[in-house]
Design a protein around this ligand. Structure first.
Ligand code: G3P
Length: 224
């Protein structure tokens, strides 16, 4: 079955979504953490609360170091592992420095999600460096003329048993295409995840049922 993650660093939003549907965890990045509501005073304290919540619900939390140089990535990664525990997944963009960090951390048994993947070769290198998960960024790819369904399909064909997390969606159609293309896991922001519930088509459809009933019985309850 498809694994579903929430792309968020807002603990209230995370709790709300978990109260509605089953999730497999939470993904974040520095932009999400910097921009999210945080009543805990610091990103680290927020991450600690989120980490405990996600772990208590049997899921995984994927957190990205802020530094982009090899040493900086490792410094942040070890800090996150110390503060959040060994179960946190370290999310690392597949740059040259990132690949070296992925190789080093994976060799030490750390769970790594190779992120910001826009090509087959980036994903292949990340899997071969030991990453347990590769994350293809769909909308960012599409905006740059990259065939993200092709990237997903070719990676899934070559690494069928590895986790492939599709991310970065502007709408649910992109998520659907990613799933059809072979992604076994998706991460969506809350506003995209629930966007199909409030479309004009949904409102018109639901209203039309009620209108039929109202015309016939004069009230909007079955109970008499
Ligand atoms: O987890 C994906 C996220 O980090 C990137 O998404 O929406 O900023 O392209 P976005």
């Amino acid at each position: 079955m498809l694994r579903l993650f929430l792309d968020s660093a807002d603990i209230d939003e995370i709790r709300d979504v978990y109260s509605l549907i089953t999730l497999d965890g939470v993904t974040t990045n520095p932009s999400i953490l910097a921009g999210s509501r945080n009543k805990y005073g610091s990103p680290l304290l927020a991450l600690k609360v989120i980490s405990k919540f996600v772990s208590d619900h049997g899921g995984t939390l994927h957190v990205q170091p802020v530094g982009t140089a090899y040493e900086a990535i490792l410094e942040d990664a070890y800090y996150l592992l110390d503060e959040l525990g060994k179960d946190v997944w370290i999310k690392i963009p597949v740059t040259e420095a990132g690949l070296a960090a992925i190789s080093r951390l994976s060799g030490e048994g750390v769970n790594v999600t190779a992120a910001s993947v826009f090509s087959f070769s980036q994903g292949m290198l990340a899997y071969k460096a030991g990453a347990k998960c590769v994350s293809v960024y769909c909308n960012r790819a599409e905006e740059n003329g990259i065939d993200y369904p092709g990237v997903i399909t070719s990676l899934k064909n070559a690494f069928p048993d590895q986790m492939l997390l599709a991310a970065s969606f502007k709408d649910t159609i992109q998520a659907e295409i990613a799933s059809i293309s072979g992604a076994d896991s998706l991460t969506l922001k809350s506003n995209v995840l629930f966007s199909d519930l409030n479309t004009p088509l949904m409102k018109n459809t639901v209203d039309s049922f009620k209108t039929s009933w109202l015309d016939a019985f004069g009230k909007d309850r079955i109970k008499t």
